[in-house]
Ligand binder design. Sequence first.
Ligand code: ATR
Length: 278
Amino acid sequence: MSATRAYLFAHPAKHSLSPAMHNAALHALGIDARYEAREVSPKILGSALEGLRTSGAWGANLSIPHKEHALEWLDHVDDAARAIGAVNTVVVRDAALHGFNTDGLGFMRSLEQAGLMSVAGLEVLLLGAGGAARGVGYALRAAGARVAIWNRTYARAVQLAAELELEAVSDANLQSKVRAAQLLVNTTAVGLEDTRSSPLPDGLLPDDGWVCDIVYRPLETKLLRDAAQAGLQTIDGLGMLVHQGALALEKWLGAQGIAGKPDASVMRAAALERLGKA
Ligand code: ATR
């Protein structure tokens, strides 16, 4: 049995697609190592991270609910992760813990893969102001998009907009902002395991352009179904998951001096199979 070199620390961890995705990529590269999901509660996050230092592990991915809390345990946090306020990838180098955030860049890669090559100057509307919106909003702004945020709880949109230097959208302005959006991104939990709910009121969609949902269970959410029916271009949420994973694996391999680049299409196929839709 190959040694486990990379982990997912999450709570809950058992429904994660990451082990299937990473193990498929490692296998395709011919690298003798495994990725394993560990059930880690907030109480034991510190000891789980400490344990990485001397275990021979390459590092770990962090998911709900650890991304924000992990920062205090790390020796170094890169600038983007610090600005986002969340770490999803820990790399062990010389027994030191380095934190990164590959969610934002993973999201940008998923846009490119779908054919949206540049967001510079694009009018973007983000729905939601939670943890996921932070990484996405940061990356879009860094790439030159004009980003506005609407959230059910307006005060959270105002807070995040102030932190990331974006625009907050009130309920009164939602309709005009949606219609004018060239890219609309759902980062809320609405539509998760629910095929009948959309974060947008019935009948309201952008006039033209792209609609992306970072929810990937189901792969085609009501928002994406409505958008496709209206003739808009759609981007599903599996792309962000796959590319944040590929970027994390790239970092671990790079730190180890192991040659090879993870194949995102192999990772997507494995994730799809795990989702039961291969
Ligand atoms: P995550 O880290 O996944 O982004 P989160 O920080 O709990 O999770 O944020 C969830 C987001 O989904 C928030 O923007 C939340 O809106 P509120 O700030 O108003 O809570 C949004 N959300 C969750 N359920 C929602 C619903 N039924 N309608 C609209 N927005 C919802």
